[in-house]
Ligand binder design. Structure first.
Ligand code: ZN
Length: 162
């Protein structure tokens, strides 16, 4: 029985990301599992995958707004680790959520040096038009736990490293 990817289903894919010059900028090292409808992957890629079944290939070129967002023009910020929320792991490459007067803002950890952390409101690939090519490997219904958490627990819904 094949299942088409829809909200609250888990999709598993691998892909490569290239820029407008055809240069490779990112490639999945292992299959990526995500819960559809929960902002887990870039919006344009999710839109391209919805309705597809396991085995389908995809090839989409996305404007920044549909990929990692437009660049907001602001430079990265160096802050002291003690000023960041304590409940999130602060490691290079991680995304953290920072409380602001306007609500939680997403920030990317660019660098960690001792007690100081450089964060950026822009994803490293913000402002770029990117091409995503890959294969949707698996589509399954989400477990009830995944739906509560709002993210996928790996290929089979059993991974629990958080
Ligand atoms: Zn979870």
């Amino acid at each position: 029985m094949s299942v088409a990817l829809a909200a609250d289903h888990v999709g598993v894919f691998f892909c490569t990301v290239t820029d407008e010059a055809g240069e490779l900028v990112e490639a999945t090292q292992e299959p990526v599992a995500f819960l559809a409808g929960h902002n887990q992957i870039v919006p344009g890629l999710e839109a391209a995958l919805l309705g597809k079944e396991a085995g389908a290939s995809f090839d989409v070129t996305l404007a920044p707004e549909d990929a990692y967002g437009a660049h907001n023009g602001r430079a990265p910020l160096r802050v002291h680790r003690r000023d960041l929320p304590k409940d999130q792991p602060v490691e290079k490459g991680r995304t953290i959520w920072i409380p602001t007067p306007k609500g939680e803002a997403r920030a990317y950890v660019v660098d960690v040096k001792g007690a100081y952390v450089t964060i950026d409101g822009n994803h490293p690939l913000a402002g770029r038009t990117l091409r995503f090519q890959g294969v949707l490997l698996r589509v399954r219904e989400a477990t009830s736990e995944e739906k509560v958490h709002g993210h996928a627990h790996g290929m089979d819904g059993v991974a629990h490293d958080h």
